[in-house]
Design a protein. Structure first.
Length: 216
C-alpha cells in the first residue's frame, strides 16, 4: 500500500513541485511556532529533519529562517528528492518514515508535513516512536494530517491522471492521543482548518520530555 503511494509520488514529482512552490500561511505559522520553541531551548546549531520532505519546499523555508541549522530531508521517493535538490542546501536521504536513517537523539526539530498520513493507521504508533527516537530530549515535532475519519485510497484532485494514494485521516483527539501514547508531552492539536483547496487539516506540535535534571 505504502509502496504504491510512493510510486505515485515518483510519477508526479515534477508537477507536485511546481504546484506547491509556495508554503501556505498556515504552514509558515506552524513552522515559525515550532522553530521558536526550539530556539528558546538554546540548541545551537539547530538540527532539523523534514520527514517526508517531498520536493523540499519546507526544508528550504527552514534553511532561510535559520541559516545556521543543520538540515536533512528524508523521503521514500527518489524523484521527489531529485525535485528537492535545487532548493535545499542540506542532506537529502532516501528513507522510510518507519525506519528513519537518523541517529538516536540527533534532531531538535522534526517536521512531518502531510507525510505520516500516508501510513496505514495501525503503523502510526511505531512511526511516532521512531520520530521520538531521533529527537533529542526537549525536541519538537510538528505534524500535519488531513482531518476526518476515513482510511483508504483517495483520487488525486490536482494530478488527476495519477493513480490514487492511500490517506489515513485523523480527528484532533485521536491525533493527540496517538502523540501522547508515543510519549510526547505538551501536545497541542489545532481544530480542523480548511485550506485554499477546500481540504481540512490538523496542525499539531508536541515535545519530547526534557531530560531529568540529574541526567543533564
Ligand atoms: C503529500 S507529500 C508532502 C511532501 C512535503 N512534506 C510537503 O508538504 O510538500 C507526502 C510525501 O511523503 C512521502 N512518503 C510517503 N510515505 C512515505 C514513507 N513511508 N517513508 C518516507 N516518505 C514517504 C512521499 O514520497 C511524499 O514525498
Amino acid at each position: 500500500m505504502t509502496a504504491s503511494t510512493v510510486a505515485v509520488y515518483d510519477a508526479i514529482a515534477t508537477s507536485y513541485a511546481a504546484r506547491r512552490a509556495e508554503m501556505p500561511p498556515r504552514l509558515v505559522q506552524l513552522a515559525q511556532r515550532a522553530l521558536a520553541i526550539v530556539r528558546r531551548s538554546g540548541a545551537d546549531p539547530i538540527a532539523i529533519a523534514d520527514l517526508g520532505c517531498g520536493a523540499g519546499r519546507d526544508l528550504a523555508f527552514f534553511e532561510r529562517e535559520q541559516p545556521s541549522a543543520v538540515t536533512v530531508g528524508i523521503d521514500a521517493s527518489a524523484a521527489m528528492l531529485e525535485a528537492a535538490r535545487p532548493r535545499v542546501h542540506g542532506r537529502l536521504v532516501e528513507g522510510d518514515l518507519r525506519q528513519l536513517p537518523l541517529d538516536t537523539g540527533s534532531q531538535h526539530l522534526a517536521w512531518a508535513c502531510a507525510s505520516l498520513l500516508h501510513l496505514p493507521k495501525q503503523q502510526l504508533p511505531a512511526a511516532l516512536a521512531e520520530v521520538r527516537r531521533v529527537l533529542a530530549p526537549g525536541g519538537v515535532l510538528a505534524v500535519t494530517m488531513k482531518a476526518g475519519t476515513t482510511e483508504g485510497f483517495e483520487p488525486n484532485r490536482s494530478e488527476t491522471w495519477a493513480e490514487p494514494r492511500i490517506f489515513a485521516r485523523y480527528q484532533d483527539g485521536e491525533l493527540a492521543t496517538a502523540l501522547e501514547e508515543a510519549g510526547f508531552s505538551r501536545i497541542s492539536v489545532s481544530p480542523p482548518a480548511t485550506d485554499e483547496r477546500g481540504e481540512t487539516w490538523l496542525h499539531a506540535i508536541a515535545r519530547v520530555p526534557d531530560a531529568p535534571a540529574a541526567a543533564r
